[in-house]
Every structure is written in structure tokens, then in C-alpha cells.
Design a protein around this ligand. Structure first.
Ligand SMILES: [Zn+2]
Length: 288
């Protein structure tokens, strides 16, 4: 069974107003979500975020403390100092737990990477020591191309952390697709493309176009019977492009129409951990 996970990288002052609209859409569709929140963004408006997100439908996870890089990144810049990287990992979790009074089990590093956190032993140690159970850092295709592939969960066993899981994100970083974040790199897509229908001719201009691209990934995940599909969304960018959040209504209605199971990243993590660890997804389509 392919699960659908709605998830948001919540990371700037404009995300608060956007989250009000996003939460309304989730309540209308009874759709769970994971909000990865930057510690500083949460510290700026703790009461408002509690009012919005303290709901059993939602998982609150960390998007680091201040969005500084945990590894060198060809688009987003060099890694922060080792001391700062530890702060990003640990304080990000503490802020979520202090504000919401619930355990924060997931970390999505700023920007994500094309090799996940593989080989970043010091950072993986901080992540495991801090008590995270999963990282969602695999957010790019090969050689920092986009869109990110429909990768499946794996444990960091080969790095020495068998109980820590990678739960990737998929598709475009939607802000890139709309040019709400112009990026300084022209070689963005793979050639030949793996999913030609997922690569538009130009920046998209309407919520319907965004939904049509979302559908390419959802349909492919269903066709391949992958364990889950989760697109990479940013509240501030969704709101700037589509203030009525029409894309969310179209996408959630489609997910329901296809009869998909829906959950949060924490729910998915519980399921993969229940499998007993190991290097990769077992590949059996009925695991979930
Ligand atoms: Zn981010």
C-alpha cells in the first residue's frame, strides 16, 4: 500500500499566515500532516503555532534550529561549523518539545541533500544521541538534480546507527518550480529524465499546473507500489503562488479519490521500525 504524507518545511515569518490557510485545508479533508519547523521560526510565534498545530492530525518535527547547512550544499551553501551543526540538530528538537510539550522524533535538515546524511558520522551521532528516530534529508536526485526520486526508507545501519531511519522526500522543491526561490544553478534536471512528464517546459503559473505535476508523482508511486509518497512543500511559497490553497484541495481530493492511506512521517517511521530495522525497505508491496 502506498501511503500519502503531506509535509511542510516551515521556515520563515511568512509561514505563519500561510499555515492558517493550510491547517483549514487539512481540517476540511481530515488530512494528517507533518510540519517540520525551524526553531527560530517557532520561537518567534510560539503561542500562534500552538493554537494552529496542536492537533492530533499533525506531527510537529524539526527543520533544524536556524536552517544552517548540516553538510556542504552546491545550491544552498557550505556547511556550518561543527559546533553550529550540533546546535542545529539538538536545539531544534528542544524548541519543538518545549513549545508543544510532545516528543519530536523527526529532523528535516535545511535544503536536504542528494546523498541523504550518509557518511556524516558526527551529525548522525548527534541526531541519534538527541533521540530523533528519523531524518528526512534525501530530498534531491543524483548530482543535486530535481525532481527527487521516489526513494524508499532505509536505516543508517551501514553508518553505525541501525535504529535511525531515513525517510526521504519526493519530487520538486515546489518553490524552485515556481521561481519563488531563484536558484543559481542551470543544470537542474537529469538527462535523460526518469519521469519526463514531471519536468515542465517552463516555470509553472497556476495551481492546476502544480496539481498536474503532483499527480505524476502520486500516480507513479501507486504504479510502482512504493511504500509512500511525500512532496516537498513550503508554506510561504504555497501562499505566495496560490493564496486560496487551491492546489491543496485538488491534491487532497485526488489522494482520497485514489483511496490512498494517509499518515505522518512519524507514523511511517513507526511502521518501518516495526519491521525490525535493516538496510533497506524489504520491497514487499504489502508491508504497510
Ligand atoms: Zn527549508
Amino acid at each position: 500500500m502506498t501511503r500519502y504524507i503531506a509535509a511542510y518545511d516551515t521556515e520563515s515569518p511568512a509561514c505563519l499566515a500561510a499555515c492558517r490557510k493550510i491547517v483549514d485545508a487539512h481540517r476540511r479533508h481530515e488530512m494528517p500532516a507533518t510540519f517540520f519547523i525551524v526553531g527560530r521560526t517557532l520561537e518567534a510565534n510560539p503561542r500562534e503555532y500552538i493554537e494552529l498545530l496542536d492537533d492530533p492530525l499533525f506531527e510537529i518535527a524539526s527543520h533544524t534550529y536556524s536552517h544552517r547547512m548540516l553538510r556542504d550544499h552546491p545550491v544552498c551553501g557550505p556547511a556550518a561549523s561543527p559546533e553550529q551543526r550540533e546546535i542545529e540538530i539538538r536545539r531544534g528538537k528542544d524548541v519543538v518539545e518545549d513549545v508543544f510539550g510532545r516528543e519530536c522524533v523527526g529532523l528535516r535538515p535545511g535544503c536536504g541533500f542528494s546523498n541523504a546524511m550518509r557518511g556524516a558520522t558526527e551529525e548522525l551521532r548527534h541526531i541519534a544521541d538527541a533521540g530523533y528516530r528519523y531524518v528526512s534529508s534525501f530530498l534531491w536526485g543524483p548530482d543535486y538534480s530535481l525532481p527527487a526520486r521516489l526513494e524508499t526508507p532505509f536505516s543508517y545501519d551501514s553508518d553505525g546507527f541501525p535504529d535511525l531511519w531515513e525517510l526521504p522526500g519526493h519530487g520538486w522543491h515546489e518553490n524552485v518550480l515556481k521561481n519563488t526561490t531563484p536558484i543559481d544553478m542551470r543544470r537542474l534536471t537529469l538527462w535523460p529524465p526518469e519521469l519526463p512528464a514531471a519536468i515542465p517546459d517552463a516555470y509553472i503559473e497556476t495551481p492546476e499546473q502544480e496539481f498536474a505535476l503532483n499527480r505524476v508523482f502520486i500516480d507513479e508511486a501507486l504504479r510502482e507500489r512504493t511504500p509512500f509518497v511525500s512532496l516537498i512543500w513550503h508554506p510561504w511559497s504555497l501562499d505566495r503562488f496560490d493564496p486560496d490553497m487551491k492546489m491543496l484541495d485538488l491534491t487532497f481530493a485526488y489522494v482520497r479519490d485514489r483511496g490512498m492511506a494517509v499518515c505522518t512521517y512519524a507514523d511511517l517511521c513507526g511502521t518501518v521500525m516495526g519491521q525490525g530495522g535493516g538496510e533497506g525497505w524489504s520491497g514487499k508491496p504489502d508491508d504497510m
